[in-house]
Write a protein that binds this ligand. Sequence first.
Ligand SMILES: [Zn+2]
Length: 215
Amino acid sequence: MNSEKTFQQKYSESSPEMCRNPTQKRKNYLDWDEYFMALVFLSAQRSKDPCTQVGACIVDNEKRIVAVGYNGMPRGCDDDVFPWGKSGTKLENKHLYVCHAEVNAILNKNSHDVKNCTLYVGLFPCNECAKMIIQSGIKTVIYMSDKHAHKISTIAAKRMFEAANIEIRQYIPKKKEITINFDDINWNNQNQMPATPSKDDLCSNPSEQPRLRPS
Ligand SMILES: [Zn+2]
């Protein structure tokens, strides 16, 4: 017998029998931090950077996503033409060109502003992003990795965050992984109990026909 759990079993903790007569809500749903940090790393998968893929996600006080971003070349700067390397002359390496994930998220927000919002990001922001984070009104930064803690740009960023009273928190994952396996999902094999009534079923009894407007 196949001991591998299906997607539904892994994420719903429920057997088909339980789904027929649910009595309580699911327990292992993603909490907010897990959800937004997963979006950060999903967005990072869009990055063309061969070495470092960073994502960012900005959330307002009502947990609404107002922006996502990842590191990439500015619009119009062909990412097949501009350099992705880290060595060579300054003009021939990526650092002068790439927009960091935080910058792309802030500049591409879909809300009026990001005042008092929370920024989730994979890597602790550099000093240039820190300036923009502070000036945009973001109040909280939740990051995953601080691997550049020794760099002067990170030290400067921390100095500015502290002065500007930005709350900084490291995200410590509770789950080892969050997986979306499209093979596991396989919706076609999942039965819905009871089956959704067809239009013909609904209309077979005239007294049960749906009303379009209150009578
Ligand atoms: Zn940066």
